[in-house]
Design a protein around this ligand. Structure first.
Ligand code: GDD
Ligand code: MN
Length: 382
């Protein structure tokens, strides 16, 4: 078996020779080559080239002049450029012991996993190399939050934040990844359901040099989490919100022009329904249009849903007020939120459903949850 070890590096010159030596020694029973993806501002690339000449396994370096996506971008560039489909991703500071590569490969050889995660949080794993108590706490807490946000995708993963894993590249769609910041594994896991296995490992101390983790990386991570989780849905909400503001504006203008209340409300509602449809087509569901039914049919479904909602929501709100004895503001808030969720569901599951979907209907509840999960996280960046 041929394995490419992908190593992202940012100013790791003093660690290169030791890393190459230990990776070479660890490759027993499989062939290994090493690919550094480097964004350094120091002489790391030259050091790598010097070490490569003396190495007994192939060592390559890609130096990126435009370091887009940081550590995550480097890893996905490395996966794309790797010589083999089986890739091991590891840090360049020896916090990920190269000897564990053999364990990753052996686990992968059993053939029941697309991705093998080296975890600090399974029995016999350890996170002792994390710098201090605060770092340990932050890492633990963010792991829990992340797992809670992706209960299905991360079901089998105890350490979604690790940077040490083996992946079968053929099981990924590299173009689909939106790597940003430190947590590329989370990006990979969240985008599609993979068969995942874990092995324990002990996160070691840094061999040399300084960590590049920072408060800024923390913020990056939070942004990544929310946009992974709420990608399409949050854009959908933003457009809905803009529509609501436009609606108010149109009513205001029309009533100042002396148009009657009901007519003004109808014109405003229909205008925003149409405008929202155009914006959703362009910005939210653009990647699903090709497989969905034609634009006339999509518009008809969307238009019908929104008008039904418009007609039905007010009497339902009135019913809620009289039955639950709550104020009109709270009742309207409740029906608006429910309507938003239904509208998102209807658009992602019906309006933009792939044409040849018939077969999926079988396993109702589970299928719906998984489809929703898929929809909500699919990339929706503007
Ligand atoms: N190419 C590239 N570009 N490499 C980078 C960049 C970048 O912008 N930033 C950091 N790296 C490299 C470092 O050179 C190192 O090899 C590796 O990514 C990890 O960076 P560290 O600075 O050592 O960060 P850390 O040890 O705090 O964080 C690591 O620890 C996590 C465990 O909590 C991250 O690598 C995570 O992947 C790992 O799971
Ligand atoms: Mn490190």
């Amino acid at each position: 078996m041929q394995v490419t070890v992908v190593v992202p590096t940012f100013n790791e010159a003093p660690n290169v020779a030791e890393l190459v030596r230990r990776v070479t020694a660890a490759a027993q029973g499989f062939e290994v080559d090493i690919l550094f993806v480097d964004d350094s501002t120091d002489d790391t690339p030259r050091v790598i080239e010097r070490v490569a000449r003396a190495a007994s396994v192939p060592v390559r370096v890609i130096h990126r002049d435009v370091p887009s996506g940081g550590l995550g971008g480097a890893v996905s560039a490395g996966l794309a450029a790797a010589a083999s489909d089986v890739c091991v991703v590891m840090d360049g500071d020896l916090q990920h012991p190269p000897e564990d590569i053999a364990t990753l490969v052996n686990r992968f050889r059993r053939g029941d996993a697309d991705l093998v995660v080296a975890s600090r949080y399974v029995a016999e794993g350890a996170s002792s190399g994390l710098a201090d108590r605060t770092r340990i706490l932050v890492s633990r807490a963010s792991t829990h939050v992340t797992k809670a946000m992706f209960p299905i995708r991360l079901r089998d993963v105890s350490d979604p934040m690790t940077g040490f894993f083996l992946v079968d590249r053929t099981r990924l769609d590299l173009d689909e990844l939106r790597p940003r910041g430190f947590k590329i594994l989370l990006e990979i896991l969240a985008r599609r359901q993979l068969r995942v296995a874990e092995i324990p490992f002990s996160f070691a101390d840094r061999h040399a040099g300084d960590s590049k983790a920072s408060f800024r990386q923390g913020i990056h991570f939070l942004a990544q989490l929310t946009s992974l989780r709420f990608g399409k849905m949050s854009l959908f909400a933003v457009i809905g919100g803009l529509g609501a503001i436009a609606n108010l504006g149109i009513v205001w203008v029309l009533s100042h022009l002396g148009v009657g209340d009901v007519v003004a409300m109808i014109i405003a509602a229909e205008t925003t329904i149409i405008a929202n449809f155009v914006l959703q087509e362009r910005f939210v569901f653009q990647d699903m249009r090709a497989d969905a039914s034609g634009i006339v049919s999509r518009f008809a479904k969307s238009f019908a849903f929104n008008n039904t909602e418009l007609i039905v929501r007010i009497p339902i709100t009135a019913l809620i007020i009289s039955n639950w004895h709550i104020s009109v503001v709270i009742a309207t808030g409740i029906t608006l939120v429910v309507a938003f969720i239904l509208r998102f569901l209807f658009h992602s599951l019906v309006v933009y459903a792939p044409r040849r979907a018939g077969a999926q209907k079988a396993s109702a509840a589970r299928g719906l949850v998984e489809e929703l999960d898929r929809q909500a996280i699919s990339p929706g960046e503007l």
